[in-house]
Design a protein around this ligand. Structure first.
Ligand code: MN
Length: 230
């Protein structure tokens, strides 16, 4: 009798914990899987940073966003729609919604053994806007270095269909109706310390050097072409 009560108590505890987990993972927004292995970007981005960044940081933004939009008009919106209307919602929707959008873009733009010069139709657009790729990289690095505290540096396509560089604080992005500079994000540098501190500590400039060795220009070019067609 005592044993069966004990067993019932364990089963009850387990079912409560399963229910809690199930509730955490439900909601309109989902955790996009990392499109490569944790160690695929070694030695530039280390496996432990990638695992924590994706499985802990991004996963938390997804969970918190789902909780924050519950019962609001945002729970049927795409992420892009939500960004364009972000001022209508509370700050936790802005912080976590930006967190999800920004990291989905960030993780999708890398591949092992990439980097080098841009390819495809984005190349003449970079030359037109910045003179050449080297200047573009310098300008984006300057935006990333100049962002005090946590935030992002962006290569965007402006509403006038020109490439430009800007930066945002926290998890804001240029799609948000509250952004100072608006446009479609093409390339994103996360300058939160969680993106680089394990390997580079305070050396943000070294993280930026590593960043450019991983950019998958084929993927970034697709994003540019899609933004041009909009
Ligand atoms: Mn991050």
């Amino acid at each position: 009798m005592r044993n069966s009560l004990f067993l019932s108590a364990i089963l009850l505890a387990l079912s409560i914990s399963f229910t809690a987990n199930a509730q955490e993972s439900t909601g309109p927004f989902t955790l996009e899987p990392l499109p490569y292995a944790y160690n695929a970007l070694e030695p530039y981005f280390d496996a432990q940073t990638m695992e924590l960044h994706h499985d802990k940081h991004l996963a938390a933004y997804v969970t918190n966003l789902n909780a924050a939009v519950k019962g609001t008009t945002a729970d049927t919106m795409s992420l892009e729609e939500l960004m364009a209307n972000i001022s209508k919602y509370e700050i936790k929707v802005r912080n976590n919604g930006g967190g999800v959008y920004n990291h989905n873009l960030y993780f999708s733009q890398f591949a092992p053994n990439r980097g080098g010069a841009p390819i495809g139709t984005i190349t003449p657009a970079i030359n037109a806007a910045f003179g050449n790729y080297e200047n573009m990289r310098k300008e984006m690095n300057a935006a990333a270095m100049g962002r005090f505290g946590s935030g992002w540096a962006w290569l965007i396509l402006t509403p006038e269909k020109k490439l430009a560089i800007c930066s945002t604080p926290n998890q804001d992005n240029p799609l948000m109706d509250v952004a100072d500079v608006k446009g479609t994000p093409i390339l994103a540098i996360d300058v939160w310390e969680h993106a680089y501190y394990l390997k580079y500590q305070n050396r943000r400039a070294e993280y930026l050097d590593a960043f450019w060795k991983l950019v998958n220009w084929q993927e970034v070019g697709k994003r540019y072409d899609a933004a041009m067609r909009k």
